[in-house]
Design a protein around this ligand. Structure first.
Ligand code: 13P
Length: 230
């Protein structure tokens, strides 16, 4: 299983350090086949030791240059970071990242050999139209994306389940994941959207779910480590 923690705009450099110290102590007993990823805010990126991989929530598709407010590969290289989240719905929605921009970013980081966790997900109005509408909507988020890329992990995060405390039902996750698996050549597929200790087992027990991408419930090191070790 893959357990990925997306801190979003939470935690400071200091609290991330404390979190990762606490987490790495707990992870001594983790199953070797399980993988843990942490995506802290960019001000907290650094070299940390522990049985986890640190990734960037975002970066600009350039090595360096005149891109005010952004970080590029040079800043990630300093900490040996080779993992990145691309296409998160919050960036698509609030930062107005179009599919074209997302695809450009993907191609750039693919060329750089990054491991990419590529996020897709439908809004509520599409889900309300039913499964066929969802399966028309989601494939459009693979436009310009090389789904054969060897370092690709996909995360399905229905927007209506993010931060709401209510995850998608087992039936919806199961149906969507089995349809998506065909689109993505059986690449690892995570589910995200209100995953917490209480619903973790039923979600990770679904065929076609290879792990979880966790927001709110990952912010506390103790809770997140309980999820990883459960
Ligand atoms: P929540 O777990 O807070 O719903 O967030 C999910 C998410 O967006 C992870 O990327």
């Amino acid at each position: 299983m893959i357990y990925a923690a997306n801190f979003k705009t939470n935690h400071t450099r200091q609290s991330t350090q404390k979190y990762l110290e606490a987490l790495s102590e707990k992870l001594h007993t983790k199953k070797t086949e399980d993988k843990v990823y942490i995506f802290p805010p960019s001000t907290a990126l650094d070299v940390y030791s522990g049985d986890f991989t640190i990734g960037a929530q975002n970066a600009y598709p350039a090595y360096n240059g005149a891109f005010t407010g952004e970080i590029g590969v040079e800043q990630l290289d300093e900490f040996g970071i080779k993992t990145i989240l691309i296409g998160h719905s919050e960036r698509r929605e609030y930062l107005l990242e179009s599919q074209e921009k997302v695809a450009q970013k993907f191609s750039f980081f693919q060329e750089q050999g990054f491991e990419i966790i590529y996020c897709i997900g439908e809004p509520l109005e599409i889900r309300q139209k039913g499964f066929d509408a969802v399966m028309e909507y989601l494939p459009a988020q693979f436009e310009g994306i090389d789904v054969t890329y060897e370092n690709l992990i996909v995360a399905y995060e229905p927007i209506w389940a993010i931060g709401t405390g209510r995850s998608a039902t087992v039936e919806k996750i199961s149906a969507t994941h089995s349809a998506l698996k065909k689109e993505i050549n059986d690449k690892p597929l995570l589910y995200g959207g209100s995953v917490k200790l209480e619903n973790l087992k039923e979600i990770t027990g679904i065929t076609g779910v290879d792990g979880v991408l966790v927001g709110s419930a990952s912010l506390d090191a103790d809770s997140f480590s309980k999820m990883v070790l459960s």
